[in-house]
Write a protein that binds this ligand. Structure first.
Ligand code: ADP
Length: 307
């Protein structure tokens, strides 16, 4: 059985539904990817690697992972901490704004739990996925150790997947983010950036320019996303352009890139070509943006994707 682990943070999401009422759910970039991968490819062992608390809310998140069929054998508990939290609000123009309480989240302590037994589990996976958000939330003084752990996984034959998912407010400075991104680009076997990730940091505005930026690194497979724009792939010296059919009734683009990443990697692990993997990944992302929220109801997803 092919397998992939997504390493990072899942948070509690609070969203107003009507005055005085908040709807609670769970979301986070790598968590979203894991959910959509597993919903689409049941035969791929999909794990989430993270830390939660021992409180009820943490347990609820754990139950969601179980419900979604996600492997929890690399979920650790830190009794002194709990989940991070964010509040998402949409104004009358459709513009979203976020308020976060995540500085003390349990997930930030992940490096402490990556001991020999964790590395043995992860070392048996085909892929381990890390995003720029996963990197940003690791305490700066623990990042060097984190890279050493990833190096051990690479030595065991695990392919490292990276999506920069740049979030300025999570980094102390642009230079700090750039240094970590350079390290990740040097390290990763598959890189899946969005053009926007590189606009603020590197003044890159097109998929073509981003591909040129990535080429000097020894990356096996590069997949560049650009909203409804063409997806560009680069593999074994060959560059391909993949047209995306724009969705007309976009409701909420949250987690479009996450769904794309998860489903793309699931397809690749299932032996699909890059072109076919982009088609199904784009279908998944195109489905998710027609419903509100990061994680859309499983039935709605199944109706469009598998129906
Ligand atoms: P991110 O969420 O990382 O910013 P993008 O916005 O680049 O990611 O979108 C990721 C993928 O979602 C795209 O490659 C595309 O497949 C799909 N997508 C995004 N916006 C649209 C849209 N308006 N119409 C159709 N597909 C879209």
């Amino acid at each position: 059985m092919k397998s992939i682990y997504f390493l990072g943070e899942c948070m509690v999401e609070l969203k107003p539904t009507e005055p005085g009422l908040l709807k609670q759910s769970f979301a986070g970039d790598v968590f979203n990817s894991a959910v959509y991968l597993k919903r689409t490819f049941k035969d791929i062992k999909t794990g989430f690697t993270s830390v939660m608390g021992t409180d009820n809310l943490s347990r609820q998140m754990f139950d969601v992972l179980l419900e979604e069929g996600i492997d929890t054998n690399t979920i650790y508990t830190n009794p002194e901490r709990t989940l991070g939290l964010y509040y998402i609000e949409t104004d009358h123009t459709g513009e979203r704004s976020f308020t976060y309480w995540r500085n003390q989240s349990a997930a930030r302590t992940i490096v402490k739990y990556l001991d020999d037994s964790a590395l043995t589990v992860l070392g048996e996976a085909d892929y381990v996925f890390v995003s720029g958000i996963s990197l940003a939330v690791i305490a700066p003084e623990q990042r060097e150790l984190f890279w050493q752990k990833l190096e051990l996984l690479k030595d065991q034959g695990v392919a490292i997947i990276f999506d920069p998912n740049y979030r300025a407010r999570l980094w102390a400075s642009e230079d700090e983010a750039k240094a970590q991104f350079t390290k990740a680009l040097e390290f990763a076997d598959i890189v899946m950036p969005g053009v926007e990730d590189f606009t603020a940091l590197y003044d890159i505005h097109t998929a073509e320019a981003l591909l040129e930026f990535c080429k000097p690194f020894q990356i096996q497979e590069i997949i560049i996303k650009n909203g409804p724009g063409v997806v560009i792939s680069h593999y074994a010296g060959e560059t391909q352009q993949h047209t995306i059919t724009p969705v007309k009734n976009v409701v909420d683009t949250t987690s479009a890139g996450d769904a794309f990443n998860g489903v793309y990697l699931g397809a690749r692990l299932s032996g699909q070509s890059i072109a076919d993997a982009v088609v199904i990944a784009a279908k998944a992302a195109g489905t998710v943006i027609q419903f509100p929220g990061a994680i859309i109801p499983a039935q709605d997803y199944a109706n469009v994707m598998l129906g």
